[in-house]
Each structure stands twice: as C-alpha cells, then as structure tokens.
Design a protein around this ligand. Structure first.
Ligand code: NI
Ligand code: MN
Length: 228
C-alpha cells in the first residue's frame, strides 16, 4: 500500500485506486505549509479522527475542491452539515462500514475532541482500514489504552500509524507498547515535531522501537512509501 505523508498526523493511503486522506492539517502546520500545496492533494475520502484543529484544519477546503466524502463522528458530521458539506458519513466508536473500496472500523481513542469553535465533537476515534492492499491501524490522537489489545487480538493489521510526540498523546515508549498490543512490527510515526511540545529525537525513537523488534519509519513530509 502507498502511504504519502503531509506532516503531523496527515497522510494518505491508496486503497483500490482511491486516495484516503487522514486528518488534513497543512496550512496551519509550520513544518508543512510552505512545502505542501493543499490544492494538489488528491482525496476521494477524508477520515477525521477528532475535532481538534490540528486534525481538521484543511478538511473543509479539500472536501469542497475534491468532492471527497468525509468520514467522522456523528457530532463532527453535524458540524460539517451546518457548513453545507453534504457528502459526509457519520460513524461512532466500534462501528464498521463497507465503503465499497475498503472497510473502516472505528476504534476507541483516549483523548478529547472539541471542535475549533468550541462545539462538542463527540468521541475521538482511531480507524482500522481494510482493503485490497491490506489492513492498517491508525490510532488517532490517544493515550496508550488496553483497548489496543482488541486490535491485536481480533483485527491483526499489517502495520500501524501511531502518535509518538508525547505531551498531547502517547510518547515513544507507550507507542512501542501500543504497537506490541496491536500486534504490528511496522509503525509509521505521527504527531511529532510540529510544535515545541512534541519535538522528538528521531534516532532515539527509531532505536527504542528497534529494541522491541519493531521498525519505526519517520517519513519526510511529501514523501511516499510502500508498506504492507
Ligand atoms: Ni487532538
Ligand atoms: Mn492532535
């Protein structure tokens, strides 16, 4: 599966010829805004894990340009609806839906989910995406939680995308445990370096995962890798 990284927790996965974009946050990201042009990001679907601005910032603009279907919590669905965005699909924790090109299952995330204007965003979520090119787990912003053992026991994804930046989410050591509980040997790092609170030492992060037998990839912004 091709994964393209746009900085912070924003990435896209190509599944069955479709671009699934996650948590669009570029024009507000000091590390990405000058090197990524959101008018060139392809999207057929936009998955939004929760309402915080560093996950939702560019969702409306990209959805309007591309016509992509936004997949999010019921409360964020209603929020987008009030803005006139009608191609949205509401979900909630534990729910699963077959979009034809792939299936999405919403996992529990231990975090918060207020929207930028103060509206209630419902529960934060992670996603398990399953399609022709494989299955992966994106935890969203979350603490380490025993719920991740459900992912490892029943879902068996090929790889995971996890926050490692600490302060707002799991840090490196908890992300190693999350990978172990989710049963993956390959992890793409998210939610680090963007702000002063979440700067990480890349070599140290890679070596702490390697000590647990897990391959951690810190992608360059705008780069694409093949992973399964
Ligand atoms: Ni957040
Ligand atoms: Mn965040």
């Amino acid at each position: 599966m091709k994964i393209t990284y746009y900085g912070h927790s924003c990435f896209s996965a190509e599944v069955n010829g479709k671009h699934i974009l996650f948590d669009p946050f570029v024009t507000g990201n000091p590390l990405a805004k000058d090197i990524v042009d959101i008018s060139t990001i392809p999207a057929d679907y936009i998955l939004v894990s929760h309402g915080h601005s560093d996950h939702i910032w560019d969702a409306e603009a990209i959805a309007r340009r591309t016509g992509a279907k936004i997949v999010c919590s019921w409360e964020i669905y209603e929020w987008f609806g009030k803005k006139g965005l009608e191609n949205c699909h509401p979900m909630n924790t534990g729910g699963e839906w077959n979009f034809g090109d792939f299936t999405v299952k919403c996992t529990a995330a231990q975090h918060s989910s207020g929207l930028p204007d103060g509206s209630y965003g419902g529960n934060p979520m992670g996603f398990i995406v399953s399609g022709q090119q494989g299955k992966f787990y994106y935890s969203g912003d979350t603490a380490l939680t025993y719920d991740m053992k459900i992912v490892g026991e029943f879902e068996k994804p090929g790889f995971a995308l996890l926050p490692i930046g600490s302060n707002f989410t799991m840090g490196i050591d908890d992300a190693v445990r999350a990978a172990q509980w989710a049963g993956v040997k390959k992890v793409i790092a998210l939610h680090y370096d963007t702000f002063g609170y979440i700067v990480v030492d890349h070599a140290d992060a890679v070596s702490r995962f390697a000590a647990a037998g897990i391959e951690l990839t810190l992608m360059e912004i705008r780069s694409t890798i093949e992973i399964s």
